[in-house]
Design a protein around this ligand. Structure first.
Ligand SMILES: [Zn+2]
Length: 430
């Protein structure tokens, strides 16, 4: 057996307690063999965690990873104008190679900020999958479908591509890649297509992921035209099952929250994107109180503008309190759980908790920094004070992806250079 030991640190357990312990990993199986203070087994490789907190790898449950190329490309506009005037024209010019390098850039950023798994909706999915295979993370990937403004032939081709990539890449990268069918939203895919698309996906056991209830501009037309709330419509379309998960859920009423809780559909909260696009405040404490599975995501880098899940935890806690008008709402342990086990549950990937027999997906956070001193409460520090740049080592599936801030699976400098070139060329074309 080939083993890895994360030695000398403190370990965050699933019940949000912290204990002095080593973590012993079976690298062949990618699982945690043991967690304890007096492990005597010799390991093949050791990661020094002295003065550090070992946490589950963070799980970014909603992203468009290649949008790193559009970071800072267009800011300070509402969602609809931002998509139509800036983002969609630029995305229309992206080549498969652009998406590959944008994905690699995002993956380097994730590894450097302790993220080990993510869900991604984009296009040129084969390139994203190749980048994930090389980078060593876990992912649930899918091709996003928009039928609005397309003729029947193009709409059906888009849906076929989404189903084809979901079939082809499920189980890729030694099982680290899973897939989903991904209609972009309830308003950008027409009902006739949605109904068939969702049924076809579910017939094959493929989950469905989509944006929902993100802005009032998206909710109101559904209410006006159909006389029902968006998630009631989603239920009627068959896309509110416990395998499915949706991003945002900002403007949900109490009846919709009950529908989500009954169905077991995961909601991925994206607080930075919701603030930046002025979309609104999701009722996160209400969702948690109702028993809804809530994960956390950055959304694309163009609406965030980074993929740092530590930022996202802080934003989720702050915005959650404001939304509830209650400083005790969305407390530190809640956001840490949302960014780990909540996200892993929502997107149904391994990880999200450090426990014997579980996936060896973890981040080692260096506590030796002024902004993390004194160590009054390490869960509070994770939620409110730590940054992605405090992560010292990142491990996924038992493999060390970053050691002492050096990314081992991708060439960080080369990826950044290729990203700069890709965007210079993109700007000339658009
Ligand atoms: Zn999104």
């Amino acid at each position: 057996m080939n083993t890895l030991r994360i030695a000398g640190g403190q370990v965050l357990r699933p019940d949000a307690t912290v204990e002095d312990a080593d973590v012993l990993v079976d690298r062949d199986e990618g699982t945690i063999l043991d967690i304890g203070a007096d492990l005597d087994a010799e390991a093949d490789e050791t990661l020094d965690a002295e003065g550090c907190l070992v946490t589950p790898g963070l799980v970014n449950a909603h992203c468009h990873v290649a949008m790193t190329l559009l970071r800072g490309y267009a800011d300070d506009k509402p969602l609809d104008a931002w998509l139509r005037e800036d983002i969609w024209p630029a995305e229309g010019a992206l080549t498969p190679e652009d998406v590959r390098v944008g994905a690699e850039l995002g993956l380097v950023e994730m590894i450097k900020s302790g993220t080990t798994a993510f869900a991604d909706m984009y296009f040129h999915v084969p390139e994203v999958a190749d980048a994930v295979a090389e980078a060593g993370l876990r992912a649930r990937l899918g091709h996003g479908v928009v039928t609005l403004g397309k003729d029947d032939e193009d709409a059906r081709a888009d849906i076929d591509e989404s189903l084809d990539v979901a079939r082809e890449f499920d189980g890729a990268a030694d099982g680290r890649i899973r897939t989903a069918a991904m209609p972009h939203s309830l308003t950008t895919v027409a009902e006739e297509y949605l109904r068939e698309f969702v049924a076809d996906a579910h017939d094959e056991g493929i989950p469905v992921h989509y944006h929902a209830n993100e802005t009032t501009d998206e909710v109101d037309p559904i209410v006006d035209e159909r006389g029902e709330r968006p998630l009631s419509y989603a239920k009627d379309l068959g896309m509110l099952t416990d395998d499915d998960f949706l991003a945002h859920g900002v403007h949900v009423d109490d009846a919709e929250i009950d529908l989500l809780a009954e169905a077991g559909t995961g909601v991925v909260h994206c607080p930075a994107s919701n603030m930046k696009l002025a979309s609104g405040m999701a009722p996160v404490q209400k969702l948690l109180d109702a028993g809804v599975t809530v994960g956390l995501g950055t959304d694309g880098a163009a609406s965030n503008n980074d993929l740092d899940m530590f930022d996202e935890m802080r934003d989720a806690a702050m915005l959650g309190k404001l939304a509830a008008d209650d400083a005790s709402a969305v407390a530190a342990p809640d956001v840490v759980r949302m960014a780990t086990a909540g996200s892993a549950d929502a997107i149904d990937l391994p990880g999200g908790a450090l426990e014997v027999g579980g996936a060896a997906d973890l981040a080692v956070v260096d506590l030796d920094a002024p902004h993390l001193t004194p160590a009054n409460d390490l869960v509070s520090h994770l939620a409110y004070a730590a940054r992605g740049s405090d992560v010292r080592h990142t491990v996924c599936d038992g493999r060390v992806l970053m050691r002492d801030r050096e990314v081992l699976t991708l060439d960080e400098d080369a990826v950044m250079a290729r990203a700069r070139e890709a965007v210079a060329s993109l700007r000339e074309r658009v």
